[in-house]
Design a protein around this ligand. Sequence first.
Ligand SMILES: [Zn+2]
Ligand SMILES: [Zn+2]
Length: 454
Amino acid sequence: MLDFKNMSFDELLKPGGYTCTCGRPHKTGVKFLKIGRGVIQTIPEALSALGVSHPFVVCDQNTYRAAGERAVQILQDAGVPYTLYVFDGARPVLPSERELGILAMRFDYNCDVVLGVGSGVINDLCKMLGLISNRPCAIVGTAPSMDGYASNSSAMELEGVKLTIYNHGPEAVICDTEIMAQAPMRMLRAGFGDMIAKYISICEWRIANLVTGEYYCEAIADMMRAAVKKIMASVDGILTRDPDAVGYVAEGLVLSGLAMAYANVSRPASGIEHRFSHIWEMINIARGRTLELHGIQVGIGTMLTLELYDYIKKITPDFARAKAAITAFDQAAWEAKIHRVFGPVADEILTSVQKSGQNEADVRLLHAERLCQHWDEILAIIQAELPDKATIYEAAKKLGMPVRPSEIEVSKEDTMDALVCTHDIRDRYICTSLLFDLGLLDDAANYFKRVLDS
Ligand SMILES: [Zn+2]
Ligand SMILES: [Zn+2]
């Protein structure tokens, strides 16, 4: 097995990538990656590595202060011409058509590379600007708050609807840990939240592999386990803003992006915990509300998921009960639920579920059968992959992280709706798909409701 977890960044970025026993080639479009103290100085080196010489630098007011000012000084000192655009701060910078339009109209076509200085939104926008201007994109990260630094997609909003747009991803990523360590604490918490999610994503990736035969790579999973382990051992350092501890979070987040590129699916970095966040955002965008940072939501989603797995660990699958539930499936009631929860985007979900065939009785029966036959193995996966719940809560508490939806102004009703729709919004098998196929989703929801009440 390829030993990704013990490879250096340069080895992980090997041009041409790796041939793996899992059957898929593993490669990334990232050509230059530095994480560490003072690495902002390597911007000119990164530009040379990409073969570019005139960056279009994009910041917002905060990231200009945090690192943009330094970045342009470094360019100036190195004699590199650049064009700078800083969002004016009159309103929050969103990953939407408005901001992307501004960047397209402000773009200097003499520039041969987009250089984003920032985290989530700036990163998403610059990857899109790289795509539409047909230039490579480089990123100087300012906060270890999300795992999109090395990923080839942007989480955008278009006409008030969230969507993921695939692009080429950045070719250079620079995370100066001295700068990142000074990011607002809620951004450090968000990065931690997006990383504890990986316990769940790896667990569910393995379960899906067992139940549906979905593609899985142990070498990639192992790289992610090692990254999360380092972060769990660094909680005290994150709290005191130790650049090395913050560096482990940045490293884990960047590796998550690499892992997704390697696997060519989001499985190594995203499971049911991310679905909670996606659904909360979908329903709140429709109401014109913005929620807490992605990673904070995902951290809460992770803690809720650990509660749900407590329920799963106690069940005994029964094929007769599963078959009865699958036979009694009420298509009209299910469609009404999707319309009620998702409003304007319901039709899109209904179409995608129909296309995937995930609700077809024969498919579900097959899954239920596999679950009943392999239940011991599933319990063993859960046992091996999921962390001790108390340890996670303790770490979250230490960092001052919200642990329940109510703390980020998400209602219990929205969370219950999110729970019972998590298996509907994509066809990738997760723990609520398992509960749905076993005819236990309603019972699990009752249990979950009691957890939210407690
Ligand atoms: Zn592999
Ligand atoms: Zn995430």
